[in-house]
Design a protein. Structure first.
Length: 320
């Protein structure tokens, strides 16, 4: 009897152990632990059976149905939380949506996106920095709007400076805009060599160490040549358009029209390459013409018979 009781006890313990192990295995099967998720140009979905450490997505949206034990970061993407995030949720150039029954245990931060929509629980702060983008705007669209805005601001400032420069150096810019169409290949090569040669020279001066002060002078000099080249290219564009439609515009109107066309070309990637080529040609014209300097033609000797003896006699007298 005693042996039978012991056997029953052992069987009961063994069965209990099997039950505990099977339950643990079943729970482990339904809850998948994973490490960090980093994604580029692809959306991330954390399913309800998953528990991950961190999620970082660049140019992609993030859906959290399961658990994120630390942070969720989306750059140029939106974040939708249907599950639980134990730390912060950050969307840069994107928005955050926390649905009903979802939890964010720390902060929700949206920067330059469409803000934060909260129907669940955010335990700490909701921070919305310049949420000016429309709801549902795609990340690529947001990037395009951002780049276009930066280009527009840059070109407006450049136009104001160009107006001032043309007012002070009207004749020089007029000559450069007229002559830029001659020997374009040569001027493009000069501009290319000046632009990249300046960076090579700057690197050499930095390596030498003693030449570091010269770098402080080299960079502004290159910027001035680049600015003058861009201004010359814009004037040439405006002048070319005016001539094609048969109008003789003022130099200021040529600059305005050329700047508008330049901006419209530059807002695309292919157009950026084209405006860069125009810049090199303009820089080549600035360097080749010595900033629109008036070229004095060589003196033409008077017509008549050439007598080398006169030159020889003059040289003999000078020698005496």
């Amino acid at each position: 009897m005693r042996n039978i009781k012991l056997n029953v006890k052992n069987i009961t313990l063994f069965a209990s152990l099997i039950l505990v192990l099977s339950t643990s295995l079943a729970w482990g099967y339904n809850q998948n632990y994973r490490g960090e998720i980093v994604s580029f140009f692809k959306s991330v979905h954390v399913s309800s059976e998953d528990s991950v450490s961190d999620v970082v997505s660049i140019f992609g949206d993030v859906w959290i149905d399961g658990e994120v034990r630390q942070d969720v970061v989306a750059i140029f993407g939106n974040v939708v939380v249907n599950g639980n995030v134990n730390s912060d949720v950050i969307a840069i150039f994107g928005g955050i949506t926390v649905t009903k029954n979802a939890k964010v245990n720390r902060d929700a931060i949206s920067i330059l996106g469409h803000g934060i929509t909260n129907d669940g629980v955010i335990y700490r702060d909701r921070i919305n920095v310049m949420g000016i983008m429309p709801v549902g705007a795609p990340p690529i669209g947001i990037l395009f709007i951002l780049l276009a805005t930066l280009i527009l601001i840059k070109q407006i400032l450049a136009y104001i400076l160009s107006v001032v420069a043309v007012l002070f150096f009207n004749d020089r810019f007029d000559r450069m805009a007229t002559n830029i169409n001659f020997d374009i290949g040569k001027k493009a090569l000069i501009g290319l060599l000046v632009y990249f040669g300046a960076f090579v020279l700057a690197a050499i001066l930095v390596i030498i160490v003693i030449g570091v002060p010269l770098v402080v002078l080299l960079i502004p000099a290159l910027s001035l040549v680049e600015f003058a080249g861009n201004t010359t290219a814009k004037l040439a564009i405006g002048r070319g358009i005016g001539k094609r439609i048969g109008n003789n515009w003022s130099i200021m109107l040529e600059l305005l029209v050329g700047t508008i066309v330049y901006i419209l070309i530059e807002i695309t990637i292919i157009g950026k390459l084209f405006t860069m080529a125009l810049k090199f040609v303009g820089m080549g014209e600035v360097v080749d013409s010595r900033f629109g300097e008036v070229k004095i033609p060589p003196a033409i000797p008077p017509k008549g018979d050439f007598n080398p003896n006169l030159i020889r006699e003059g040289n003999d007298k000078n020698a005496e």
